[in-house]
Structure formats: C-alpha cells, structure tokens
Design a protein around this ligand. Structure first.
Ligand code: NAD
Length: 382
C-alpha cells in the first residue's frame, strides 16, 4: 500500500489524537506538523520519532510539494483561513468539525475545495463508527422502527476544556454549534431529511463569574471556569415536518468535572410501529423494546476499531477512509455538504435562544453562498 504523505496543522487536544491514530496507521506517513505553540509543536515532533519536521508558521508546511493531504485541527474561528490556504496549496483536506462559526465561511470552504478539485472530509467522527453504522443498518435495512417518528439525544457531561476560546460564542459560533453538529448529523443521517424549524432554550448559569466550577482535563492545567458566554445547558426541539420531531438535551456543567464520567451519550428513537430504541454509545449497546410483538432485544455494538479511538468511536476509521479516498480519489463520506447540513440546526438553535423565537432552517440557508438544494443523504460506505 502506498503511504500517503501528510501534514498536520494544529496539534493541541484533537490534533494530538489525529497524530496518535495516524502513527498507528501503516498507510500514513506524517512528514510535517505545525503549531503556534512551541511546546505542543516539539511534543508532536518527538512523537513521530523526529521523522516529522515542525513548523511554527503553517504556510511553510503548505509550501512543501511532497505533502498530499493535510489534517487541520485549529480552533474553528481559524478554519476558513487555513482551509482556503490548504486548497490554494493544492492539497486534500481533513478539517475538524464544526467547519466554521457561520454559514458563509462554511460555504466558502466548500466552494474553494470544489474549485481546487480537492477532497474535503469533515471530522464528523460518528459517521465512521461501527456503532452508528450498525444503528443505521438496524434502522434503514432491518427497519426496526419502521418509519421513524421521533428521535432524541441526551448529552450530559462535564464542561468544555479550560481553554478560553471553547467558551466564546464568537470563536465557536456557540456551544451548540461547537458540540452538537455531531448529534444533528446523527439525526440527519438516521432520518434522511433536514429539519424545517428549530426552537431552543438555554443559558450560561453555572460557569459564570463568582462560580466554582473547577475543571480538570488530562494534559491541561486545572482551572476554575468562571468566564465565557456560551450556553452551559440547552434544550433544543426540532420539527422535521410530516409529524417527525427530535429533541436534544445538552448539559456541559456536570460534576465531577474530570472526565471520570466519560462522555455519556444517549441516542433514542420511536417508530410509527410503536417500537422504541435506546442506545448508549459509551456502553456500546442499542436496545429495542415494545412494538407489535413487544419483543425486547439488546445489540452489543462494541467494536475493536471503535475502541482504539481515545475520544470518540470512529476516530480510527475516519483516518483509514480518508487516506483511502486520497489514494483512490473516491469522494469522502462526511464531505463538506454533510458537514454543512450538520450545522444548520445548530445555527438555528443559537439564534432561537438569542432571539426567543422559532427559527426556520430556510432563513439560515438563505444566508449561505450555496443554492438551497433538497436534503441528499450520501450512500454509506460498505
Ligand atoms: N471530532 C471531534 O470529536 C473533536 C473533538 C475535539 C475537538 N474537535 C475540534 O478540533 C479543533 C481543535 O480543538 P482542540 O480541542 O484540539 O483545541 P486546542 O486548543 O487544544 O488545540 C488547537 C491547537 O491549534 C493551534 N493553533 C491555533 N491557531 C493556529 C495557527 N494559525 N497555526 C498553527 N496552529 C494553530 C493551537 O496552538 C493549539 O495547539 C476544534 O475545531 C474542535 O472543535 C473535534
């Protein structure tokens, strides 16, 4: 197998995880890394055994014509600038989610990739997890719920890390954009349609000045998070039309704030057939109950490849498939359009909270640069 020669821009929390996965992948050769932070840069170079060259200025990395593709894991308020430079340097791009902090920047990234004829894969890691691909098969092929009537997602966990940009609306587009593009993508994927309107409520109530939320993330200096303007909890209701609904419950202020609770995530659904699905990603189980036969069944979805990813299931496979796309020029699965769709309900929810009203998705789409096309779900790779 030909090794794909790669560069990484941003080797903080997520960039380090990309590096770890790529070093385990025999199809990858990491030849360069870039980061503004000298300590993180040196640590990344050392992890490659000195094989990768380190650059403080990522433009220098992009000048190398031996690099075929680049992983970008800088904060999202810098995604557009770096992504456009990657395409201008004629390289394929793996870009972390969320694609940007607003729809115009998102669309500029998609258009620049198309114009350059380069591949774009977004870090919607769950699209690559056996767990969720198994869920998709149970729902789409085995029709466990028949036609899906409603879905939900419950993510109650510790805060974002004690890194200031994570807590800023301006720098993330909002906590719901930063975090829940993953979960809206699961709704899109399973329901195969786009939400029509969104109503949300939320606030920053715990991680506030005078608060005592002391957060300990591995590898980061522990700190009290008593700053920022992103919501720390929210309830979001989505109307998909034709009676189909979904809701998402987010809490980012659970204690203990030290990762000991992991990242518990429940995804559920109820079908027109009266059957209910409850899945726990951290436990690796999907359970169906009720329906005409009232038969209860639990599927063990634990998977070796999923387990190799430290942060989220799918973290190994997303690299394997991206490298395969670079080699074969096959389109990526979580491409720019999938990434864009994952953000539309998030932008609407942020606006709904700010303006205290129901927000139509069409209103959000009208602000983009791409024409308003009907929702199109790409085929799942086998
Ligand atoms: N897919 C996932 O599940 C997942 C999980 C965590 C984070 N993320 C995403 O990954 C991205 C990075 O998050 P993180 O947690 O690693 O943040 P981080 O702050 O830990 O790391 C970002 C790194 O980028 C570097 N950087 C910033 N600007 C730069 C520039 N111009 N040139 C070079 N380096 C630059 C910083 O020095 C830092 O080391 C975000 O978009 C985040 O949403 C995705």
């Amino acid at each position: 197998m030909d090794k794909v020669r790669l560069g990484l821009i941003g080797v903080g929390g997520m960039g380090s995880e990309h590096l770890r996965c790529l070093l385990l992948d025999e199809g990858a050769e990491v030849v360069a890394v870039a980061d503004l932070d000298e300590g993180k840069l040196q640590a990344a170079v050392e992890r490659t055994g000195g094989k990768a060259k380190g650059y403080k200025d990522y433009h220098e990395l992009l000048k190398r014509d031996d690099i075929q593709a680049v992983f970008v894991a800088v904060p999202e308020f810098r995604h557009k600038a770096v992504a456009l430079d990657v395409f201008a340097a004629d390289k394929d791009l793996f870009l972390e989610k969320p694609m940007a902090t607003n729809l115009r920047d998102t669309d500029e990234i998609i258009l620049a990739g198309r114009q350059a004829g380069k591949l774009l894969q977004i870090g919607l890691v769950y699209r690559y997890a056996s767990f969720f691909r198994g869920m998709k098969r149970l729902l789409a092929e085995q029709q466990e719920l028949g036609r899906i009537l409603m879905m939900w997602c419950i993510e109650h966990r510790l805060s974002f890390p004690p890194i200031p940009w994570y807590h800023s609306q301006e720098k993330t587009g909002g906590a719901i954009v930063e975090k829940d593009c993953h979960h809206f993508d699961i709704f899109n994927w399973m329901l195969e349609r786009r939400a029509k309107r969104v109503c949300a409520f939320g606030a920053r109530s715990v991680l506030v000045p005078g608060g005592d939320y002391y957060c300990e993330w591995p590898g980061l200096k522990p700190a009290v998070i008593d700053y920022g303007d992103n919501v720390d909890h929210a309830e979001i209701i989505l109307d998909y039309g034709d009676g189909i609904t979904a809701h998402l419950s987010l809490n980012l202020a659970l204690r203990p704030a030290d990762l000991s609770l992991g990242f518990p995530l429940e995804i559920g659904g109820i079908g027109w057939n009266g059957r209910k699905m409850v899945s726990h990603v951290d436990e690796g189980t999907i359970t169906f109950t009720g329906g005409r036969t009232a038969e209860s069944q639990t599927h063990d979805m634990k998977d070796e490849q999923d387990a190799k990813a430290l942060a989220h299931a799918g973290g190994m496979q997303e690299h394997v498939e991206f490298l395969e796309c670079v080699r074969t020029r096959r389109p990526t699965y979580a491409d720019g359009v999938v990434g864009r769709e994952s953000m539309l309900p998030a932008f609407a929810a942020e606006r709904s909270i700010k303006e205290g009203r129901i927000v139509e998705i069409e209103e959000i789409m009208d602000e983009g640069l791409l024409p308003n096309e009907p929702y199109c779900e790409p085929p799942m790779p086998r």
